[in-house]
Design a protein. Structure first.
Length: 543
């Protein structure tokens, strides 16, 4: 375990060095930026002067959370696997399970921890979260970037996560038990003075698929579960704990990944040249403004006193030599030109972190409909969609399946219907996840835009050829458009309900037509009788 950890760390050194540099400009709270030298133009490369990237990454994280996994909205639903999709009992059971999952996640620390995941994703490109059921409740822990290592299977899926943790001897005894510790640690704990109890020791924690040679599949204890959980004393190479999980409990997300690389590439990494340049420009601009406000002053070497350059200061001059007046050496730099260039670079950084796209969704001055927002954010949505798809696919999907499994084993769900039990004998009953977050719906709305373009086209064509309208299923278009605008399913009739309404409308129209025809017939008969009476009266009067 220790040897594998060392190899994983050696393989990750390039990424670790990169994120150490990126953190100085984008995530200073996770860097040694606070210990840098005091501001000085001569050491500009070692100081943070511009916080645009820091704020832009915070907006990216908060915007991603609010629009992909919002705590105050329904952003996912579990639907039955394909074999049960048409069974109403199964559909209702999975819907109820989804509701319970959302409630349990809202009560947990998922949303507070996921913000850290999204922040690390923006600057480090790789982030991770652990999940378990602790004291009867869901519990999550964000693993900070740079403090864990990963390995992949043959399909590029992360299946191994390792980290090095420091425990005091007292903490290790509480977590693992005295008998599990190495002899060196036990000796320290035996010290009656207690001076060594708080000495720290490093432990390698590794979660990985358990090799078949290490597992007896007929046993159900933690030492034989499919996912292994090891803690090893790093110095003594002593196994202190062996456990296991039914499914991988740690989920890793990468913003973007190059072929052959394990660790992700972040928006911050992509625009680091601009971030460094902005930091340099900000320092230069600050120095230029300071020089303009407090310019250097030339004085004559025979002045008896140094000039007082403070506000309302008095400079005593020789009345016989009025030419000996101190002179400013400031030539007047192009400060405004520098400010314009800096603003342009800062806007470029915000765009790299998709801040302009999130502004569309959060604009408080214009409560824009989804379709209008879609039109404004169309280009950005197309660029953001791969990152969203990767986040859902390699992080949220397995996390929700893990939550479903934890709650199912804890019997938090209602009793499954018989059809689900029958299906589970030979199939996986994990739900399929359908997402309804703002960004997911906006991406769908981009696709729905074509429907509106077709309608506008038909309005121009129909007067010339009415059969053009017959080529399209407007009911299907309307249903898809309604869902892309996040209209509640309860407001959309099922096809059967819609057919019932259509039949009732047709029947009402038929009855109305029948009544109209009967009324016309009665009116005609009345007119005929009146005409016959008039003829009879007219004939009698002539005799």
């Amino acid at each position: 375990m220790v040897d594998r950890y060392d190899k994983m760390k050696a393989d990750a050194m390039d990424w670790l060095n990169i994120i150490d540099e990126v953190a100085k400009y984008v995530a200073p709270q996770k860097s040694d930026v606070m210990s840098w030298v005091s501001p000085d133009l001569r050491s500009i490369s070692g100081n943070l002067y511009d916080d645009t990237a820091v704020k832009a990454n915070d907006v990216l994280a908060a915007g991603s959370m609010a629009n992909m996994t919002p705590i105050n909205e329904i952003w996912y639903s579990g639907v039955p696997p394909a074999g049960l999709a048409d069974n109403e009992e199964a559909v209702q059971w999975y819907a109820k399970c989804s509701e319970i999952m959302r409630q349990e996640m809202a009560r947990s620390n998922f949303y507070t921890e996921s913000l850290g995941v999204l922040q690390d994703r923006g600057w480090a490109g790789t982030s991770a979260m652990y999940s378990e059921l602790h004291n009867g409740s869901l519990w999550f822990k964000h693993f900070e970037a740079g403090h864990f290592l990963i390995d992949e299977d043959d399909r590029g899926v992360v299946d191994t996560v390792a980290r090095c943790i420091k425990f005091t001897h007292r903490q290790a005894e509480k977590k693992f038990g005295r008998d599990a510790l190495s002899s060196k640690v036990r000796e320290a704990l035996d010290d009656p003075s207690g001076k060594k109890w708080d000495d720290t020791h490093e432990y390698v924690h590794m979660v990985m698929p358990r090799p078949s040679a290490w597992r007896n599949e007929k046993k159900l204890d933690k030492e034989n579960k499919p996912v292994a959980d090891f803690y090893v004393d790093k110095d003594d190479k002593w196994l202190v704990s062996e456990g296991g999980f039914e499914e991988m409990p740690i989920f890793v997300t990468r913003w973007e990944k190059m072929r052959g690389e394990r660790y992700g590439i972040s928006p911050a990494m992509k625009c680091m040249p601009t971030i460094r340049e902005t930091n340099f420009l900000s320092a230069c601009l600050s120095a230029g403004i300071e020089k303009a406000v407090f310019p250097p002053t030339a004085v004559y070497d025979n002045m008896e006193e140094s000039p007082d350059l403070s506000p309302n200061g008095l400079v005593v001059l020789d009345s016989n030599r009025p030419d000996l007046i101190p002179k400013s050496l400031y030539a007047g730099g192009q400060v405004q030109w520098g400010a314009d260039l800096l603003a342009s670079k800062q806007e470029s950084i915000r765009a790299a972190f998709f801040n302009d796209m999130f502004k569309v969704f959060t604009d408080s001055t214009k409560r824009m409909a989804t379709f209008e927002a879609m039109q404004l954010a169309d280009e950005k949505l197309v660029l953001f969609h791969p990152a969203q798809a990767r986040y859902y696919g390699e992080f949220i999907d397995p996390l929700l399946r893990r939550v479903f499994a934890l709650l199912l084993r804890a019997k938090r769900f209602p009793e499954p219907p018989a059809v689900v039990f029958q299906f589970a004998e030979n199939n996986n009953v994990e739900p399929q996840m359908a997402y309804q977050s703002k960004i997911s719906l906006a991406v769908q709305a981009v696709q729905t835009r074509s429907s509106f373009q077709v309608l506008n086209m038909l309005a121009a064509i129909a007067p010339y050829d009415a059969t053009a309208v017959d080529q399209f299923d407007f009911v299907d278009m309307a249903r898809k458009a309604a869902r892309s605008f996040n209209l509640a399913d309860s407001s959309i009739r099922t096809p059967e309900e819609a057919q019932t309404v259509a039949d009732a409308r047709m029947q009402a129209m038929q009855q109305q037509n029948a009544l109209a025809m009967a009324s016309e017939a009665a009116s005609a008969a009345k007119d005929a009788r009146a005409a016959g009476l008039n003829l009879a009266v007219g004939g009698g009067g002539g005799q």
